[in-house]
Design a binder for this molecule. Structure first.
Ligand code: NAD
Length: 480
């Protein structure tokens, strides 16, 4: 899977793999499908973070002055090598966080990174770094040294949707991936090394979030922090970054509503909504976790949802027929179980699933696909991001009420509308306070801006919007 197993005991700093010292802590990587240790990683400390920042700072001026053509060539190399490593990446993701290999890691989780690199290359080809406004020239320049901090749920997607645009515009990088998904990140470092990313431009350290995050966010040599993860950590990072006034771009949690309008094909809409919710074991920030159903159709929706859940193939991520794997790690599993228990005490109707592990899958961190119905939007299970295979069916009586329920959330990441009328669906989309809205099962678009309203964050990634994140704007006045 790796070019060298030694890379897990090393940090990628200043263009080379530096062996971790004896002082560095080690952490076991647990396979969530069976509880076994699949490997060990070294955790960086203060000295390694300092060396990575120094290398990135040293490398920045030269890399920032490279031409568009040079960076296009670099991205081309990266895409070629990434394509060759797709199988390694897919296996790494399935092993580290449990995504089913054939259903998810191969077709989506692994190639998502390649698609972001390809998109960045396509955007770079025509991106306007200069424009004239009378006698003023407006120039877009790379912001500088960027600390990228990412989660484990779509590990390669989250890494590359930051790394690709940062490299494309000429920034240097210190990347801290999640300790729960170190394998895919290690392969990414191997790819960038082989592709010839100049020394110091890309640095990668595994390590404990709280320690490394605080140091990265507060260091004055870091110009920007780009973070994807939970709201609590996003707020902590913002506080740590405040005294050095750096840009902090946040991609946080979600509690997305899926509005099934009264004219929608209920069977199709519920089936698709349930499958999309349960995919990746519900560990997707834009998962449609609140399904809003006309009250008169609630019972039918429950029956459809239960039937879909009963058919889902749960099991070992490496078995070809598996559709839903385990929860990625113990803390997340415990949190999902706690919220399922809470849903039951809050008075929601349990349609299927519930507490405990499915029969025959007790060794891994498997959760039963769970559907609650007659959920009141004020219940905790409708307000908190569960980040597990748990769906809330919420009844509504008219469209205004449905939209009010959808918008009654601290989050605003994504939304979904199902209707027989594309026009009606679009009109509803315009009334939702979310960063994206998917109409009638539309899948993601990697070139469209991705990010949240309200407490789902303040950044926009992917495509051209992803470039804007990593750029400064300079006005040169008095040009002739
Ligand atoms: P997390 O916040 O626990 O961790 C994310 C990253 O932050 C990890 O690298 C972790 O090591 C690091 N970290 C942890 N504590 C830290 C601290 N005190 N200071 C600095 N860094 C710290 O999140 P997670 O459990 O890895 O991921 C799940 C969360 O991510 C969910 O809330 C999900 O919605 C969110 N997410 C959002 C998006 C989006 O684009 N909006 C995408 C994927 C996931």
């Amino acid at each position: 899977m790796f070019e060298s197993d030694q890379h897990l005991q090393s940090f990628y700093i200043d263009g080379e793999w530096r062996q971790a010292s004896d002082q560095c802590l080690r952490q076991a990587v647990i396979n969530p499908a069976n509880g076994e240790v699949s490997g060990y990683i070294a955790l960086a400390g203060e000295a390694e973070v300092d060396a990575a920042i120094e290398a990135a700072q040293r490398a920045f001026p030269l890399f920032a002055s490279t031409s568009r053509e040079q960076r296009l060539e670099l991205l081309e190399n990266i895409c070629r090598i990434y394509e060759r490593r797709l199988d390694d990446i897919a296996a790494a993701i399935s092993l580290e966080m449990g995504a089913p290999l054939e259903a998810l890691s191969r077709p989506l989780q692994a190639p998502a990174g390649l698609w972001h690199f390809q998109t960045a290359k396509a955007v770079l080809e025509n991106f306007a770094f200069q424009r004239r406004q009378g006698s003023t020239e407006v120039v877009r320049e790379p912001i500088g040294v960027c600390a990228l901090i990412t989660p484990w749920n779509w590990p390669m997607n989250q890494l590359v949707c930051k790394v690709a645009p940062a490299l494309a515009v000429g920034c240097s990088i210190v990347l801290k991936p999640s300790q729960n998904s170190p394998y895919s990140a290690t392969i990414l470092a191997e790819i960038l090394d082989e592709a010839g990313v100049p020394r110091g431009v890309f640095n990668m350290l595994n390590g404990q979030g709280a320690k490394l995050g605080e140091q990265l966010a507060s260091d004055p040599r870091i110009d920007m922090v780009s973070f994807t993860g939970s709201n609590g950590v996003g707020a902590q990072l913002s506080r740590a970054a405040a005294s050095t006034i750096k840009r902090v771009s946040l991609e946080l949690g979600g509690k997305s509503a899926n509005l099934i309008l009264d004219d929608a094909d209920l069977e199709q809409a519920v089936t698709q909504g349930v499958r999309s919710m349960m995919s990746n074991s519900g560990q997707t920030c834009i998962a449609p976790s609140r399904m809003l159903v006309p009250a008169t159709q609630l019972e039918r929706a429950e029956a459809i949802a239960a039937a879909v859940c009963a058919e889902l193939g749960l099991g070992d991520p490496f078995v070809g027929s598996t559709e839903v794997g385990p929860i990625a790690h113990q803390r997340q599993f415990d949190s999902v179980q706690r919220l399922i228990a809470l849903g039951m005490t809050e008075g929601a109707r349990l349609v299927c699933g519930g507490l405990g592990k499915p029969q025959g899958l007790e060794r891994g961190l498997f959760c039963k696909p769970t559907v609650f119905s007659a959920v009141d939007n004020r219940m905790t299970i409708a307000r908190e991001e569960i980040f597990g295979p748990v769906l809330c069916l919420i009844p509504y009586h008219d469209l205004d009420e449905a939209i009010a329920i959808a918008n009654d959330s601290i989050y605003g990441l994504s939304g979904y509308v199902q209707s027989a009328s594309a026009e009606r669906a679009r009109a509803v989309a315009l009334r939702l306070r979310t960063g994206s809205v998917h109409l009638n099962g539309a899948s993601i678009d990697l070139t469209a801006p991705f990010g949240g309203y309200k407490q789902s964050g303040n950044g926009r990634e992917w495509g051209e919007a992803g470039f804007e994140e990593f750029l400064e704007t300079k006005a040169i006045l008095g040009c002739i």
